[in-house]
Design a protein around this ligand. Structure first.
Ligand SMILES: Cc1cc2nc3c(=O)[nH]c(=O)nc-3n(C[C@H](O)[C@H](O)[C@H](O)COP(=O)(O)O)c2cc1C
Length: 208
């Protein structure tokens, strides 16, 4: 089993990364494979709303979004991490997740795979950012994994984050909880529990 952890900060080895490595360490201890995927520093465009992906199943823009989607097909669980930028997720992660989940919804890449958000801030805007990221999961039939506190760490440097003992413990608990849920899902499958039956989707736009 494998969990993909997305570092949505332009800082490759910064605070978000530090939090994610703690989650990954707990998962690895439980024999779950992990990979940290960095969204990078290059500009990532937001969704153009062209709907081409609804026909082709991939985004027409050739960048890390399609690269990530290929990996996501194979993954069993996800952690999306972001620094707090003006009380929101980073612009890069927001653009990335808009496009990833627009394709993912169409193809069912994420459905029934557990996910969690992780945020890092100096001081404020954590819960708003946490809520923002969780909304991608709860529109995609994904079980959301929780921890002993909302998944946040505080600091401006990796060293400050490591001093946030409660935040770091929250990350380890999150990793353990994710491992437990993944193993429970696997055990359920082995016991013959199938995915829920899906109705054909009703889409109404409030004008009819
Ligand atoms: C553009 C920008 C906006 C930020 N906005 C906030 C904010 O609203 N609240 C906050 O507490 N910290 C804010 N910060 C600080 C970062 O959230 C904090 O240093 C974070 O831990 C950095 O994580 P990283 O090293 O993974 O990028 C901001 C930093 C930047 C660069």
């Amino acid at each position: 089993m494998k969990v993909l952890l997305v570092n949505g900060s332009p800082r490759e080895k910064g605070c978000t990364y530090t939090a994610l490595t703690e989650v990954a360490g707990a998962l690895e201890k439980q024999a779950i494979e992990t990979e940290i995927f960095h969204v990078g520093k290059k500009p990532i465009s937001g969704c153009h709303g062209c709907y081409a992906c609804q026909q082709t199943g991939i985004c027409f823009m050739k960048d890390t979004v399609n690269e990530f989607l290929e990996k996501a097909i194979e993954a069993d669980g996800f952690i999306f991490g972001s620094p707090v930028h003006f009380a929101s997720a980073s612009g890069t992660l927001t653009a990335f997740m808009d496009r990833v989940f627009f394709v993912g919804l169409r193809r069912g890449i994420f459905h029934y795979k557990p996910a969690a958000a992780v945020v890092s801030a100096r001081r404020g805007g954590t819960t708003a950012t946490f809520d923002q990221i969780n909304k991608y999961f709860t529109i995609s039939n994904m079980p959301v994994v929780s921890s002993q506190y909302w998944n946040m760490v505080h600091g401006n440097t990796p060293d400050e984050v490591r001093q946030d003992l409660e935040g770091i413990q929250t990350m380890r608990t999150l990793g353990n909880n994710m491992a437990w849920l993944l193993k429970s899902i696997e055990a359920g499958k082995a016991a013959g529990i199938t995915l829920p039956e899906k109705e054909s989707r009703a889409i109404t736009n409030f004008i009819r």
